[in-house]
Design a binder for this molecule. Structure first.
Ligand code: PLP
Length: 408
């Protein structure tokens, strides 16, 4: 049975039929190889350039800084281990900092890299809301810290990290002639110089933030690379991008082709790139943000109903320091576990998930909730509800009623 109510937009926000028709109309003008010298190849190359302009504009990066990849998992691998591989020369010390609530596509490659090459890969703890402390992050920077990576917004609980504040602090310390004194400075190790800060790479996973909070207002200051993905904002899955600041050092992961200015080999995914360009343009329209606010109102209404149910304990915040579409609960019920509730909701035609799309299906405790200090049992019994632009008031009231009846 297909789900009549879809509340899993943080996993994938499905492309609409109108979007698919638009993509088809554009790519039908040139499904050749953009590297080919003939007319069909040139048409395809124009489609890629036009789409690249749209994504670059949405991210406020230069077109030359957009590297198309297969998805944000690959973009995160490039922006993290791709950078560490560059610095990992014989005899050099490599230290890296990542928040303990990063997506597996950041956390796992870093842990693997640390084990394999003896790099010092350090997780920065979070508080009970899933948020790192800026002072603590700055305190951990050392002269040989080559990479700092922090996601803007978390895919499970929707908390927003102080990425903008850190980027501003870093930008000022790197480039301002006389940086304004800030109370955060006292936390910085005296051995860390301006040159060290200029050299270290600050990577940001903005997958869940793009199109949900207006990151385009600040994302291009102080940040060296940004990972984004089309299928989280209504585009197709299988296309992502790394916006990589000009001149930043990294080692490509996919070799064997000169595409993407030698930063990522492989024939371009024309259909995906077209789709990403179209959805990226939409987030520049005022109407998009009106719909985001509508989502926030509906999310709050749903929270209001679900918060009253005795079997649910909310982990996500309703403040502006959290994604406007996300709700996350621990199921604390003596008769029904989180995964049973999800199954019964699915049978009732309501699609939700337990958290990360990549780990659902294998009832393992959520690493995010464990990092937030929840017990193993609490971390195994999750319900993540993520609304989209198509979500209606009726969807919300029906969902609240069905969850209430299942928890009775
Ligand atoms: N980063 C975050 C925060 C995500 O939520 C996801 C997907 O769930 C990814 C990265 C990976 O994105 P993709 O599916 O494009 O590889």
């Amino acid at each position: 049975m297909s789900s009549a109510i879809y509340l899993d937009h943080n996993a994938t926000s499905p492309a609409t039929e109108a979007h698919l028709s638009q993509v088809f109309e554009i790519v039908s003008k040139g499904l050749g190889n953009p590297s080919s010298p003939h007319a069909l190849g040139r048409n395809s190359s124009v489609i890629v350039s036009e789409s690249r302009k749209k994504l670059a504009t949405a991210l406020t990066f230069d077109v030359s800084e957009i590297v198309y990849v297969s998805g944000a998992s690959e973009a995160n691998n490039m922006g993290t281990v791709g950078v560490l591989r560059y610095f990992n020369a014989p005899g050099s010390e490599v230290h890296c900092l990542y928040s303990s609530v990063e997506h597996p596509s950041v956390r796992e490659p870093l842990i693997h890299f640390g084990k394999k090459f003896g790099a010092d890969v350090e997780a920065v703890p979070v508080d009970e809301y899933g948020v790192i402390s800026l002072a603590d992050l700055i305190k951990r920077i050392r002269p040989h810290t080559r990479l700092i990576t922090v996601m803007v917004a978390n895919n499970e609980v929707g908390c927003i990290q102080p990425v903008q504040q850190f980027a501003n602090w870093l930008h000022e310390r790197r480039w301002a002639r006389s940086p304004q004194v800030n109370e955060l400075d006292a936390n910085l190790d005296a051995r860390v110089t301006r040159e060290h800060l200029q050299e270290l790479h600050f990577h940001v996973d903005a997958v869940q933030a793009l199109g949900k909070i207006p990151i385009e207002e600040w994302i291009s200051t102080g940040i060296d690379s940004v990972a984004v993905s089309a299928h989280k904002i209504g585009g197709l899955a299988g296309i992502g991008a790394l916006a990589l600041r000009k001149g930043r050092k990294f080692e490509p992961i996919v070799l064997g082709g000169a595409q993407e200015r030698n930063r990522r080999g492989g024939t371009e995914n024309l259909v995906g790139i077209t789709s990403f360009g179209l959805v990226a343009s939409q987030i520049l329209e005022a109407d998009w943000w009106t719909r985001v606010e509508k989502c926030r109102v509906l999310r709050n209404e749903l929270a209001c109903s679900l918060d009253k149910l005795p079997g649910l304990k909310r982990n996500s915040s309703l403040s502006t320091n959290a994604l406007p579409n996300t709700l996350h609960y621990t199921v604390v019920h003596d008769k029904i576990r989180g995964e049973d509730l999800l199954m019964q909701l699915d049978l009732a035609g309501i699609a939700m998930s337990s958290g990360s799309a990549c780990s659902s299906g294998a009832n393992l405790p959520s690493k995010i909730l464990l990092a937030m200090g929840r017990t193993e049992a609490e971390s195994k019994n999750s319900l993540r509800i993520s609304l989209g632009h198509e979500t209606s008031a009726e969807d919300v009231s029906r969902t609240a009623a069905v969850v209430a009846s299942l928890l009775k």
